[in-house]
Design a binder for this molecule. Sequence first.
Ligand code: SAH
Ligand code: SF4
Ligand code: F3S
Length: 444
Amino acid sequence: MKKYYIKTFGCQMNVYDSHRIAAILQNLGLTEATSPQNADLVIFNTCHIREKAAEKVFSDLGRLNMIREERLAKGLDTVIGVVGCVVQAEDEQIAKRAPFVDFALGPLTYHRLPAVLAQISRRKGEPLIDTEFPAESKFDFLPANTSMGGCSFLAIQEGCNNFCTYCVVPYTRGIETSRPVEDVVKEARRLVEGGSLEINLLGQNVNSYHGEDAGGKERNLAYLLHKLDEIDGLERIRYTTSYPADVDDDLISCHREIKKLMPYLHLPVQSGSDSILKAMNRRHTSGQYLEIIGKLRDANPDLGFSSDFIVGFPGETDADFQATLDLVNKVKFIQAFSFKYSRRAGTPAALMPGQVEEKVKKERLEILQNLLFSYQLKFNKESVGKIMPVLFDNKGRHKGQLIGRTPYMQNLHAALGKECRNKIINVKITGATANSLTGIQEGT
Ligand code: SAH
Ligand code: SF4
Ligand code: F3S
C-alpha cells in the first residue's frame, strides 16, 4: 500500500480523528491520494448522529465498492476501512450491508490501525471489526499530533454522560473521559511550534472536562484554559461543544480574564420549551439557559452565541415550538445549526409517543431557520465598517484569495497573497451576506 484517502463525515471531533489517522498512515510510509480512484487504502470516518448522516455512509460505500472493482479490473487492489460512530453503533449492519469492507474500527480503537492493517493483508473474507471500548486511552498510542495549519483542533475530552433522549453519542463515543492536563498542554505547545495561532479544544461535552494534573488532582476546563493562556505564540483559544448546565462560575470568569479566549461560544440549547427540554433529559430549563447567557455577557459583553436546535421532538406542540422562537428572539444568536428530529434506534425518544409528522417538522424547521438567518444576517451586516483581526487559514476558490475567520467565527474572504496564509491580519469589513463577509487588509 502506498497511498491513502480519508473521507470525513460528521463533527469536528471526526475531523480531528481523521487528522490523527492520517498521521498513523504517514508513519507507516503512506502518502495522501487526491481521490479514492488512486488510493490503495480508503477510509471512511463516519457519523451516526442523524439517519441521513448514517445512510449516506452506506450509499457512499456502495459507490466506493464500484471504484474498487474498476481498480481491480486494472490489477490494482484497494483496502476499504470504516471508522467512527457508525461502526460503533452498526457493526453488524456493516458486515451485512457492506461485506466488502476490510476492516471497521470504532472511534476509540483507531490507534490499533497498524496492527489491523498488518492482519488484513494476510486475510480476506468478512470485515475485521473492533468496537471494543478499550481500557487503554488511544491518545497514549498515537503518533505526536501535528499542526493543522493556522488553526488546529485538540481533543481534550471524549464521550458523554448526559444521555439526552434523542442522542446516540453516549453509545458511540462511550462515557466521558478527559485527557490529563500535562498531555493537553504538551500537545498544544507542539501545535503552536508547528505554526498554529489558534487552538480549538474539542469534546462532546467539553466543559465537563476533569483531567488530572501532574499531582493527580482533577482540574476543570477553566484551569486548563488558564494553563493554555500561558503559551507564548498561542493567540486564540476556543472550546466546543459545551453543555449549558455545566457552565460554572470558573468558566464564566475565564471569559472576563483570558484575552485569548475568542468572543464566540457555541452553547446548544435544543429547544425553548421546558417540557420538551425535560423530555429530552436536558439538565436545564430555558430560564436557566438565559441566566447562563446573561452571566457570560456580564463577563464579556462582546460575546456572540451560537446554538443547536431540534424541531419536531416527540410531543412538540405549536406552543412548544413558539417557545423556541421566543428564546431565539431573546438571545439573538449570531450563528446556529438546526435539525429536524431524527428517530435513532436504541435511544429512548425513538419509542416516545407523539412522534411529529414529517410535514410539520419541515414547516417548523423552515420557520426557525428563517428567524435564525435574519439574526445572523443582521449581525454580519453590522460588522461592515469594523476592523477585525482575521486568521486566514484557508485558500479561497480563486487565485489571490484567502478565507479566514473573524473572532466571531464568521467566514471572511479577502484578496490576499499566499504569504498571508496562516497569519492574523487586521481587516476592514466591506461586505456581508448571511454566510460570509468580505474585507480588505487595513491600511491598503
Ligand atoms: N455534544 C454536542 C454535539 C452533539 S451532536 C452537544 O451536546 O451539543 C450535534 C447536534 O446534533 C446536537 O446538538 C443536536 O442538536 C443534534 N442532534 C443530536 N441527535 C439528534 C437527533 N436524533 N435528531 C436531530 N438532531 C440531533
Ligand atoms: Fe448528545 Fe446530549 Fe451528550 Fe450532546 S449532551 S452529546 S446532545 S447526549
Ligand atoms: Fe457524528 Fe459521532 Fe460526531 S455521531 S456528530 S461523528 S460524535
